[in-house]
Design a protein around this ligand. Sequence first.
Ligand SMILES: Cc1ncc(C[n+]2csc(CCOP(=O)(O)OP(=O)(O)O)c2C)c(N)n1
Ligand SMILES: [Mg+2]
Length: 347
Amino acid sequence: MAVAQTKDAEPLTELRAAAAEPASQTGPEFDKDEEFHALKQMLLIRRFEEKAGQMYGMGLIGGFCHLYIGQEAVVVGMQMAIKEGDQVITGYRDHGHMLACGMDPKGVMAELTGRRHGYSKGKGGSMHMFSVARHFYGGHGIVAAQVSLGTGLAFANRYRKNDNVSLTYFGDGAANQGQVYESFNMAQLWKLPVIYVIENNRYAMGTAVNRATAQTDFSKRGASFDIPGEQVDGMDVRAVKAAGDRAVKWCRDGHGPFILEMKTYRYRGHSMSDPAKYRTREEVEKVRTEHDPIEQVRARMLTTKRASEEILKAVDAEIRKIVNEAAEFATHDPEPDPAELWTDVTR
Ligand SMILES: Cc1ncc(C[n+]2csc(CCOP(=O)(O)OP(=O)(O)O)c2C)c(N)n1
Ligand SMILES: [Mg+2]
């Protein structure tokens, strides 16, 4: 249990008990539509990121570029637990979050290549995209900066008296940053509807989590603020959705913030310039072969006969087409007009 004992905790006992369940809990089975939805969304992110990696290698994308490959089940499962109007905010490993929020892959890819129809008119790049229409609030390069901003989004929901929830994502490294705890304090004090989704992918740049972190059970990080937390198998999209459902209900019912630690893994280096020498190939291969979030769904669908190999191939082809069109668009869209150098600049 991730929560310190307090006198007034009685009405919350049931949910808090659920929060104590182990990370291996899978949650209820998905129905056929949910399986297809999760598969397509995760594949879209995987193929998009693979393409972005290739385009970076070809020199079409410059600057920072942090890929989300391996972590797809986290954002896809959480997105399945929320409703229209709920906000999403994250750090710089953000392409998956944008796609899951329904942002146009062409606009995201064109931003990566620095073209005029990118989400920031080609002037922001990988870490700086935003879509109020799709309730996506960035895209932040300063580690943990989004945590106080995401808490502010929750404050806005409270202030406006709507029942929306803010999903505030950050990494295991970011979890050691001071403003996270100032945010936790205010969020609990004001009972703000914010879910802190900690994506524990085991590394912060080249530093393994146990080398930099005294308490590696991140679900306990809210203990001194009396914020409940839960560890989740972040490679299993069903477990993520189930945990997301519980946390969202907690927030919408007015109990305040909730912490979800997603135990996940990134397959690629920290960014495109990272040769990832701080871990072995075998370590990556083991996760890929035994826990891959997409393979789990594919295997399940074949076993339950919800899909044949042919259907799964067709789904992959459909997703590859969307990604290829995005890449095509992002390669041929013109660069911003030089006059744009003087717009969107704060004096
Ligand atoms: C305030 C601040 N400090 C340091 C950095 C450099 N930096 C960029 S990413 C990163 C590691 C963050 O790791 P984590 O939170 O685990 O996220 P992940 O990259 O694993 O998704 C660091 C230290 C930064 N961008 N901002
Ligand atoms: Mg990390």
